[in-house]
Design a binder for this molecule. Structure first.
Ligand code: NAP
Length: 248
């Protein structure tokens, strides 16, 4: 059964990792997919081809999620090209991990802009067409680290905790318009973002994960599919952990 037939989804940061898995999962379920990337031009083109081969309309846009004007332009472009935005996944994100004494103001600002301001930037745009349509699902990628904290990740954790506060507030603001806003809090997922953990002796991370393994991007895409679809029609303002049991 295809869960997203006739819907249009906008996914930020889909050239790699979790965003790419979400874009593919949504297309497999019949959604037309607009997605963004920052610099991975070739990977974005390859994804556009893969999505189109699944029989849906797809287009990649080079757009900096941390830039307000670019996000406004992006939403306008997607509306022009696709006619509607039913689902928005704020997935683009970065980490610049450092112990606080070494964490520079520039690194702090970079993470806040890419991870937290980005969610404000695009959500503010997509709720306009969603309000008109009186429906919509917004999914924000938080992290287990935003729930629990993690040494060496204060900026990342603060940005991801901020996403949770934002998600819960906007869910309350626009619930009456039938627009749902939820967050996913993944644990350690096997992508470019976490490869350094494995390279630097990943075994100690496995000790913290009851399921004893990193998650796969597709396992996060499954949660996003549930939140995007009408299967979650009465779910809003929630943070769904997908972390192999780390958040227990
Ligand atoms: P990733 O493999 O590093 O991929 C990041 C994606 O975001 C890429 O497509 C990148 O585009 C894009 N991106 C980065 N900054 C951007 C910007 N300013 N504007 C537009 N696109 C931008 O990361 P990931 O592991 O898939 O993580 C995806 C999301 O899940 C992030 O929000 C991350 O914080 C969150 N998360 C990840 C994990 C994990 O363990 N991996 C755990 C919890 C939460 P380019 O390819 O063009 O650079």
């Amino acid at each position: 059964m295809k869960l997203l037939q006739n819907k249009t989804a906008l996914v930020t940061g889909a050239s790699r990792g979790i965003g790419e898995a979400i874009a593919l999962k949504f297309a497999e379920h019949g959604a037309n997919v607009a997605f963004t990337y920052l610099s991975s031009e070739e990977r974005a083109k390859a994804l556009e081809d893969k999505l189109t081969a699944l029989g849906v309309k797809a287009r990649g846009y080079k757009s900096d999620a941390g830039d307000y004007a670019a996000s406004e332009q992006l939403a306008n472009d997607v509306l022009k090209d696709f006619g509607t935005i039913d689902i928005c996944v704020n997935n683009a994100g970065i980490s610049r991990d450092n112990l606080l004494l070494r964490l520079t103001p520039e690194q702090w600002d970079e993470v806040m802009q890419a991870n937290l301001k980005s969610v404000y930037n695009l959500t503010r745009q997509v709720i306009k067409p969603m309000m008109k349509a009186r429906k919509g699902s917004i999914i924000n990628l938080s992290s287990i680290v935003g729930v629990k904290g993690n040494p060496g990740q204060s900026s990342y954790a603060a940005s991801k905790a901020g996403i949770i506060g934002f998600t819960k507030s906007i869910a309350q603001e626009i619930g009456s318009r039938n627009i749902r806003v939820n967050a996913i809090a993944p644990g350690f997922i096997d992508t470019d973002m976490t490869h350094y953990l494995k390279d630097g002796g990943g075994e100690k991370w496995f000790e913290k994960i009851p399921m004893q393994r990193f998650g796969k991007p597709e396992e996060i895409a499954d949660v996003a599919l549930f939140l995007a679809s009408d299967m979650s029609s009465y779910v809003t303002g929630q943070v769904i952990s997908a972390c192999g049991g780390m958040n227990t």
